[in-house]
Write a protein that binds this ligand. Sequence first.
Ligand code: PMV
Length: 360
Amino acid sequence: MLSEKVFIPTGYTHTADKGSFEWSAPSNIALVKYWGKKENQIPANPSVSFTLNNCKTITKLAFEKKDNSQNFSFDLFFEGQPKESFRPKIEKFLERIVIYLPFLKEYHFTIDTQNTFPHSSGIASSASGMAALAMNFMSLERLLNPEMTDDYFYKKASFLARLGSGSACRSVKGNIVVWGEHNDFSESSNLYGITFPYMIHENFTNYQDTILLVDKGEKQVSSTVGHDLMHGHPFAQQRFAQAHDNLSKIKEALINGDTTTFIAVVESEALTLHAMMMTSMPYFILMKPNTLEIINKIWTYRAATGIPVCFTLDAGANVHVLYPENAKDKVLEFIKNELVAFCQNSQYICDIIGTGATKY
Ligand code: PMV
């Protein structure tokens, strides 16, 4: 098991004065959910996610050596416009990672970022955003240490992304990523995500995720507050044990192509996540009436057609509709005919399981 210490560099062999990189990193959707954490972004339970393909953040990082290395120095742009409201989050991220990237105070950075999905669509951009930034910082570190292996590069990128936003560590690689120590995955770690290490059944190749935008408003509960509510939660220990069990079950389902078990685990995980919020103190309901309408329509459609379509939810009202590639035409027709009516402004986004961060 690696410890944090392997990510503290002992020195660099090269220097770099000025330059830029550009990376994109996708969003991801958890199948077994991470909800609850310990200090330093250590998850209370292991999770697994599909990496997405189309919903991503594209970040350009320009760097230039500066004279004084007392403080962090950076400019922020979002979709071409200065974005001061992102500053505290980035500042906090830099504070957390500077011990692992000691050069951070030696440069002035210009961080230029954009999302491929609509702003305030209820799709969290923290996972893709933090992952894209981490990739750029790792490109800079690799310039200073060209001997670095690919394995180290990606592990450390995931490690750094985790310190920005826990689930961001699952946005570095594809197609399925496991984060958090689990007995069935000998390489799994609380510190970074690993690619699902077994052969995935073809039933899950090119799996589809259509995101129905039910409520595009700001998140009612930040994930920081949400995770905190698991401290002292009456059902926390059972929940964490259940996540371990569910990860074992879904692992087998992904290997065997067992869509029935897959559906049972994925839908139960989504509802459990929301059940945890409904039973915390204070309590929250993050689903909207239309979320429930959609879930019921999916259940009716699945029972009538036998098509293995299911739903999952994030910490919000939007619904991710998951289905195999060979059911794409039929399910899209069903979505258009029966589900779009429950979306805000009829909006939905078609995505597909993807391969992770990409350098431009
Ligand atoms: O990465 P965070 O701290 O924003 O937490 C995300 C938690 C969920 O999206 C609700 C579940 C998950 O595993 O992604």
